[in-house]
Ligand binder design. Structure first.
Ligand SMILES: C[S@@+](CC[C@H](N)C(=O)[O-])C[C@H]1O[C@@H](n2cnc3c(N)ncnc32)[C@H](O)[C@@H]1O
Length: 206
């Protein structure tokens, strides 16, 4: 979860800091992913546990991360460097705008959004990441057969995600399990240890 001090640094929708560096980073991403036939993105990658472990387990796949908080970005980048991973990279970016700026259209095989901040209070729901306008960007970033994987411990948010998917209308549910080796995410570890229920849905472009 985001701490209060971190919250104050978060831009409000409508007052977004432009993710200017990301337009340039897109070129870097295109170059680095050129040797890879399969490309995934972990949005809200935090300190990079899922990103780096996925890259180690699946060396033929490129994993691109986006994370909003710079201290977490630095830690994730250090992990990538320490482990010498040629198939992982991470950029700082905020919101669906950063996904749009960094990732070319029809580029991703899989987009992961794992345990996005649930903003449980109704007056904060406008801050939730997964809504129809996020899905409009997500659907464009996926290849025609691309998959979006959403997971959350907040069952109210999970219900809302499913409503937004239905309202958007561009998705078909597919099995959660796929061919790749999938490590648990940092937050998943916490919720699994507590025995909390987890809502998971994988959908592909119609
Ligand atoms: C609850 S954590 C989950 C982290 C990770 N996906 C996992 O499963 O362990 C949510 C992460 O998303 C980042 N985040 C939240 N909202 C974001 C946004 N609008 N844009 C970019 N990153 C965001 C937070 O900084 C945090 O690192």
């Amino acid at each position: 979860m985001v701490r209060q001090s971190e919250l104050e640094a978060i831009p409000l929708p409508g007052r977004m800091t432009p993710n200017r560096e990301l337009a340039a980073a897109r070129e870097d991403l295109i170059t680095r992913t050129a040797p890879f036939a399969w490309i995934e993105c972990d949005f809200g990658a935090s300190k990079g546990k899922f990103l780096t472990e996925s890259a180690e387990l699946n060396p033929d796949v490129f994993f691109a991360g986006i994370e909003g908080l710079s201290d977490r970005v630095k830690r994730a980048m250090r992990k990538i460097e320490r482990r010498g991973l040629p198939n992982a990279a991470l950029w700082r970016g905020w919101g669906k705008e950063s996904l749009d700026d960094l990732i070319p259209d029809q580029f991703l095989d899989t987009l992961h959004v794992s345990f996005p901040d649930p903003w449980p209070k109704r007056r904060h729901w406008f801050r939730r990441l997964v809504n129809v306008s996020f899905l409009e960007v997500a659907v464009r970033k996926l290849k025609p057969s691309g998959i979006l994987k959403l997971q959350t411990d907040h069952l109210g948010y999970f219900a809302s995600m499913k409503e937004h998917l239905a309202t958007h209308g561009g998705w078909l549910e597919v099995p959660w399990k796929d061919e790749l080796q999938r490590p648990v995410t940092e937050f998943e570890t916490i919720f699994l240890a507590k025995g909390d229920p987890i809502g998971r849905i994988a959908v592909r472009r119609k």
